[in-house]
Write a protein that binds this ligand. Structure first.
Ligand SMILES: [Ca+2]
Length: 167
């Protein structure tokens, strides 16, 4: 299946979440520097696994490593302002097929989820996947003028030190 079709499939599955027999939801909470789903073996049949989390401004780097047979295996990163999965504010930011390396996305402070979907035709442990997501916070930009303030502070400290030296 083409990647675009796989993406459409994964996206449609999120919309149809209640209709998917095997749908799970995991809450990562506040995204740690590294979140890993653990080895997951859904199936047989269509599955949809959702992983919710929140972040501050930063960058997400994610990957899915999968083995075995899966049809239209893909995952997407969704923004989720109201924290509830499946509501109208959910917005697909990007979607990728499994085993396609690391995908980097800048994010702003808020709530998000990964939706992992596909069809496992065999079941058991024939198909397994693991989702890994790394988050790096955007370094705080110093306030304009704080450098000047710091220099002024250093200057004052130097003055005090000089006066102490003289007395
Ligand atoms: Ca929502």
């Amino acid at each position: 299946m083409k990647l675009s079709a796989a993406i459409a499939f994964a996206a449609s599955m999120v919309v149809a979440a209640p209709a998917v027999a095997q749908a799970t939801q995991t809450d990562f909470g506040i995204h740690f520097p590294l979140e890993i789903s653990g080895l997951t073996a859904p199936g047989p049949g269509p599955f949809l696994d959702v992983y919710t989390f929140s972040v501050v401004d930063g960058t997400l780097a994610s990957a899915i490593t999968a083995s075995g047979t899966v049809i239209a295996g893909a995952y997407g990163l969704w923004s989720n302002p109201d924290t509830v999965v499946g509501t109208a504010d959910d917005s697909l930011l990007a979607a990728w097929a499994m085993n396609t390396g690391v995908h980097v996305m800048p994010v702003t402070e808020g709530y998000y989820f990964y939706a992992v979907g596909g069809l496992d035709p065999v079941g058991g442990t024939d198909f397994e996947y693991a989702l890994a997501s790394a988050f790096q916070q955007t370094p705080a930009i110093p306030e304009p003028g704080s450098g000047t303030l710091m220099l002024a502070g250093l200057g004052a400290a130097a003055l005090v030190a000089r006066r102490r030296f003289r007395t």
